[in-house]
Design a protein around this ligand. Structure first.
Ligand code: ADP
Length: 396
């Protein structure tokens, strides 16, 4: 057997999956959360059994010990699984990391250095790597970067029209995120359709708590909605997406908000939450359906913004062959899918209501047979993509 452990580490939690690379099936998965709080929580699922524990987990290293205990107690055995590498999700690779990379001391220094571009994410990803190295000293650790798939963005797409020297000095440009998902989903869409990836112009809509759109031309990312950070672009659960940057100057001058407060406002207190008081799309859809005006506006702004990007990417790609919905909202909300693409018949987009509303966890077509653009729902699987990339690096 050959297995890869995939770790996605946040500042106070991490998720993991042990993947059998021969079948690409999940052998075990789990979550360690509330690290550093008075009481932490750990959950481990293996086969059909699930176990959970509440106990203080002071840091990530202790968290990995708890995970190892869960494997020892509830299986599967990591030795028997043939663990060959640990794959880590790292949010920001900057201009330095475009390929999955075996972690060395220098790589860790570089990931830390990129924290100034992703202060919420890279330090947390690095904590996970350091702790996982202690737990698994004998196997290689591979970092897979969320920005990597967007290496192919042309300069016209990634450059902001600001002072060029300043931008260069401070690494200000568009990097794009959710790359692991956009790559996986665009490849899965081509495979599902039985068409060569190289021939397809795709618009991928990754709509989760974070949300981004990506124009994928022949398998390469050519435009994406997130920018230097994951704040730009679509409306998200708690992030604003696009706003006029002068809004910040105005709120600073007139409302007296400092830069930390503005950062928090746009990243954590905006989006669906800011507009409606609800950050979860399920609650927003439900409240809107029962007549809540703020929730309706939040949904309308969310859908309006998606439509903006779909139109824009049609133009950038010179037409689209495929539009793909993925992630929590994209895979599950027929209301959002229908609303986002309503009225786009002129672009050759026609949703079939019955196909759209049928619930399924499989890749599927939701457009009509007559629709010029094929609209799909394709479940994302970032963990599997990270595992595949990690395996490729360690020579699997
Ligand atoms: P993350 O970005 O954290 O990985 P996910 O891709 O899991 O997030 O997406 C989480 C989001 O998906 C939540 O906002 C949740 O409300 C939304 N979601 C899940 N199921 C549905 C549904 N049936 N209808 C609308 N939204 C849903």
């Amino acid at each position: 057997m050959t297995a890869i452990l995939v770790v996605n580490s946040g500042s106070s939690s991490f998720k993991y999956q042990l993947i059998d690379m021969e079948t690409e099936g999940v052998l075990a998965s789990g979550l360690v959360e509330r690290i550093g709080e008075a009481s932490g929580h750990a959950r481990h699922t293996a086969g059909t059994g699930e176990s959970a524990r509440d106990l203080p987990i002071p840091d990530h290293t202790a968290g990995f010990d708890v995970m190892l205990e869960a494997f020892a107690e509830h299986g599967p055995s990591l030795q028997d699984a043939g663990l060959v590498a640990v794959g880590h999700r790292v949010v920001h690779g900057g201009k330095r990391f475009f390929e999955p990379t075996v972690v060395t001391e220098l790589v860790k220094i570089n990931i830390q250095d990129l924290a100034e571009l992703a202060p919420l994410h890279n330090p947390a990803n690095l904590q996970g790597i350091v702790a996982a190295e202690k737990a698994f000293p004998e196997v290689p650790h591979v970092a897979v970067f969320d920005t990597a798939f967007h290496r192919t963005l042309p300069p016209a797409a990634y450059s902001y029209a600001i002072d060029a020297a300043l931008a260069e000095q401070y690494r200000v440009r568009r990097y794009g995120f959710h790359g692991t998902s956009h790559k996986f989903v665009s490849e899965a869409a081509a495979a599902f359709l039985g068409r060569p990836l190289g021939e397809l112009r795709q618009i991928v809509l990754h709509l989760g708590n974070g949300a981004s759109a990506c124009a994928v031309d022949g398998g390469a990312s050519v435009e994406t909605s997130m920018g230097m950070t994951p704040l730009q672009g679509l409306v998200m659960g708690t992030r604003s997406g696009d706003v006029d940057p002068a809004v910040l100057f105005h709120l600073h001058r007139k409302a007296g908000l400092g830069f930390e407060q503005l950062d928090t406002l746009l990243n954590r207190g905006s989006g669906l939450l800011g507009l409606s008081g609800r950050g979860d799309m399920r609650d927003v859809v439900e409240a809107a359906a029962s007549g809540d005006e703020a929730a309706q506006l939040a949904l309308d702004v969310y859908l309006h913004r998606i439509k903006d990007y779909v139109g824009s990417y049609h133009a950038q790609l010179g037409g689209a062959d495929v539009i793909v919905f993925t992630a929590g909202v994209g895979e599950n909300s027929a209301v959002v899918r229908a609303g986002a693409l309503a009225g786009l018949e002129a672009l050759g987009i026609e949703i079939d209501p019955a196909r759209n509303e049928a619930s399924s966890h499989e890749a599927r077509v939701i457009s009509t047979d007559a629709s010029r653009v094929t609209v799909l729902v394709v479940p994302t699987n970032e963990e599997l993509e990270i595992a595949r990339q990690a395996l490729a690096v360690v020579g699997g």
